[in-house]
Write a protein that binds this ligand. Structure first.
Ligand code: C2E
Ligand code: MG
Ligand code: MG
Length: 698
């Protein structure tokens, strides 16, 4: 460029070129450089730019770097920087070459160089780099396996991801038939989908099939296929596979979780329902077959839960679930419906009495004592049975009827299970209206107290009276407590009933004691719910005080199950009763828990032998053995024993022989209304019912 003959060539150059002085002053700039810098002419540019300096470069230090290179090496090549243009706020990328021209003494005379706008090139390069990165990520790092096969399914290409997905290198797949990798059960579906892809008529939706991994496991791959048979560059079917195994497994786990009762690992309500409905469909399709639904409900489980806590309650439920599952026949479907409700569906066998046998078996299996930590429990269950198609022809109805049968079994106390009977459907409706009527009955004073004499068995001397509540219903007549006591407990009316009975009975007894001239015991029945009522003791002592009735003549009959269910509160309540001077007797002994440990622990005064056992003496060997055992144990603990439900002279004799001193029952007297007792004490000879009670001289 020293030669001016090159001047025209200088301006023709498509890239910028210049000559400048060591102090930075510009001597020449060609047309391309003028344009690159955003000026309209060389003159304008040279006028405006005295020096090309640091401010030209976007990046600080770039100019120093350039100068250092050109001065030390005398040349700079491929020097790439971002620079500012005169007429635009947006910098551009340039590539510079330059060299220093020295004079004869070796000093730098001037610089010459070229500046090339490479913005477009750079953008393109960057685009390529990004797209390559994207491509790599897609085909290699991503879990998508791309496979190309022939229309017959022979693999001609496999992307590297097949290694991580199936444990096979691409060359291990190429040449094989794609279907050889598919799970046999998914093959038919896979082949037909492939045929649709080949024909170009597939929906484009993903289909999931299992593919064999080299480790022998099956991976769930979701595939989308596209035919590129007509595309010369491909000439095949492109299949893209996504590994969805983990998602599948999670889904499967969720499905299992959604059908399982977490506490007992039995089927939960909805899964039980689904399985039972399916089972019923099978039975329905087989003429002459039937199936029984067993509805199982634990007795007073709520009290256990409330008294020993939910953690223990949960363990009780788990143990019940385990027992139920264990004792269920092989073809049974077992589930937990929620809370303390369980259910079992079982196709019937050939014996008509089978449902009863199975129900009794469930009751027995569940009521065996269980040990949880250092606590011993006996949990009883009530079972209701409904048979398809005899009683109901849909699962829904069966469940309702089995529930009703269960409630009926519960309410009668004596049988732990009940097979549905159509009269029960009526009973259920009754129960509902009964609650409303019971509330009213309390307000209207429809409750009455009957009294059943308790006598000395040897001479039938009157020892005391047990107060038993009755409901004189305006249209139904006299209703026995079994019909409404548990109902009252369920709906929270029992404390009110207890108070009414105590008030009436204490006031009657205060009167009769005076008439009789010697102490008579008043036995009052107390429900577990009352023990949990904070005002119970206070209420009772208030009643005693108002009627001037000695607490020493009061005996509270608490059922064994009630006491155990309130174990946490029992010591406190019993101590308070002791302080008051009242005695506690365990009612219905032998029915539920029969642990004599409680008798000692709670300092009870006596026990009442349940009617169920007295019924069986002396004929039934088991009942007799139990009665003998209870009497002898009670005697050794110096507890009073009162036998209930004595109806026959042989029972009375047997009990006397075993050493039981007192009892009550129809043999001596039915429960009597107060007026009859009034009359009894007023008459010179005391006749109760058909029997003469031997009352001592007054
Ligand atoms: P329980 O305390 O075991 O009362 C004895 C039950 O046996 C009474 O039934 C009585 O009428 C009946 N009974 C007595 N002797 C014989 C007999 O020789 N043969 C037969 N078959 N039965 C006999 P009742 O009056 O129907 O009372 C049933 C249960 O209701 C009572 O059983 C008691 O647990 C409860 N109950 C009664 N009154 C009250 C009350 O005021 N409060 C509470 N919480 N419960 C009560
Ligand atoms: Mg009683
Ligand atoms: Mg009893």
């Amino acid at each position: 460029m020293a030669d001016d003959n090159f001047s025209s060539l200088f301006d023709l150059l498509p890239i910028g070129a210049y000559r400048s002085m060591p102090d930075g002053r510009q001597l020449r700039a060609n047309a391309a450089l003028v344009k690159l810098n955003g000026y309209s002419s060389e003159a304008e540019m040279l006028l405006a730019v005295n020096t090309i300096g640091a401010e030209w470069y976007v990046e600080a230090g770039r100019h120093d770097e350039f100068m250092r290179l050109v001065q030390t090496q005398s040349f700079v090549s491929d020097f790439i920087s971002e620079i500012y243009q005169h007429n635009s706020p947006k910098p551009i990328w340039v590539r510079e070459h330059a060299h220093a021209v020295r004079d004869t003494s070796g000093n730098i005379a001037y610089y010459e160089g070229t500046v090339e706008d490479i913005s477009a090139e750079r953008a393109a390069q960057q685009e390529i780099a990004t797209s390559e990165r994207r491509f790599r990520a897609m085909t290699e790092k991503a879990q998508v396996v791309t496979v190309i096969c022939t229309r017959e399914g022979i693999i001609t290409y496999a992307s590297p991801a097949c290694q991580s997905t199936l444990g096979v290198e691409p060359h291990g797949l190429i040449g094989t038939l794609i279907f050889d990798w598919v799970h046999p059960d998914d093959l038919a579906k896979g082949e037909s989908e492939f045929a649709l892809v080949v024909a170009g008529t597939n929906s484009g939706a993903e289909t999931v099939s299992r593919f064999r991994h080299s480790d022998g496991s099956w991976r769930h791959l979701s595939a989308v296929g596209n035919s590129a048979l007509a595309d010369d560059a491909v000439r095949g079917v492109i299949l893209n596979f996504r590994d969805v195994t983990d998602a599948r497994r999670a889904e499967e786990r969720l499905t299992i979780l959604a059908t399982i009762d977490m506490l007992t690992a039995l089927k939960n309500r909805s899964a039980f329902e689904a399985a039972a409905i399916a089972e019923l469909e099978v039975v329905r399709g087989t003429p002459g077959r039937c199936a029984a639904l067993y509805f199982i409900d634990l007795d007073r489980f709520k009290l256990i839960n409330d008294s020993v806590g939910h953690a223990i309650g949960d363990r009780v439920l788990r143990e019940i679930g385990r027992r139920l599952n264990h004792s269920a026949p092989p073809r049974a479907t077992v589930g937990r419906l929620g809370g303390d409700e369980f259910a079992m569906l079982l196709p019937c066998g050939d014996t008509p009495s089978e449902p009863e046998l199975i129900a009794a078996g469930i009751v027995a299996a569940l009521s065996a004592p269980m040990q949880i930590g250092d606590m011993a429990f006996t949990v009883t269950a009530s079972v209701g049975v409904c048979v398809f198609p005899d009683h109901a022809d849909s699962f829904e109805l069966m469940l309702r009827y089995a529930d009703l049968a269960m409630l009926d079994a519960k309410s009668t106390r004596r049988d732990a299970f009940r097979v549905f009977h159509s009269s029960l459907a009526v009973v259920a409706q009754d129960r509902l209206s009964l609650v409303e009527e019971l509330r009213e009955a309390l307000l209207l004073g429809q409750l009455e107290v009957f009294y059943q004499p308790q006598v000395s068995l040897v001479d039938a001397e009157l020892m005391g009276l047990e107060a038993l509540v009755r409901w004189r219903h305006p249209t139904r007549g006299l209703i026995a407590p079994d019909t409404f006591i548990s109902l009252a407990e369920d709906v929270g009316l029992i404390s009110a009933i207890g108070e009414i009975v105590a008030e009436r009975a204490v006031s009657d007894m205060a009167r009769w004691q005076i008439a009789y001239g010697r102490p008579l015991t008043l036995a009052l029945n107390v429900s577990a719910m009352q023990l949990r009522d904070a005002t119970f003791i206070e209420q009772l002592s208030d009643i005693l005080r108002r009627h001037d009735f000695p607490a020493q003549s009061l005996e509270l009959e608490i059922t064994e199950s009630a006491l155990v269910a309130s174990l946490d509160l029992a010591p406190g309540v019993l101590r308070a009763l002791h302080r008051l001077g009242a005695r506690v007797v365990l009612d219905d002994l032998g029915v539920a828990y029969s642990s004599f440990a409680y008798l000692k622990q709670f300092q009870v005064h006596g026990v009442k032998l349940d009617r169920g056992f007295v019924d069986g003496v002396p004929g039934d060997a088991t009942d007799s053995a139990i009665v003998r055992a209870i009497i002898s144990l009670a005697r050794s603990l110096k507890l009073r024993v009162v036998a209930e439900g004595i109806e026959h002279a042989e029972q009375r004799m047997y009990l006397i022989d075993q050493g039981c001193a007192e009892g009550q029952g129809f043999l001596f007297s039915k429960p009597l209304p107060w007026a009859s007792i009034d009359a009894l004490f007023a008459a010179p000879s005391h006749v109760i019912g058909q029997r003469v009670l031997l009352l001592p001289n007054r």
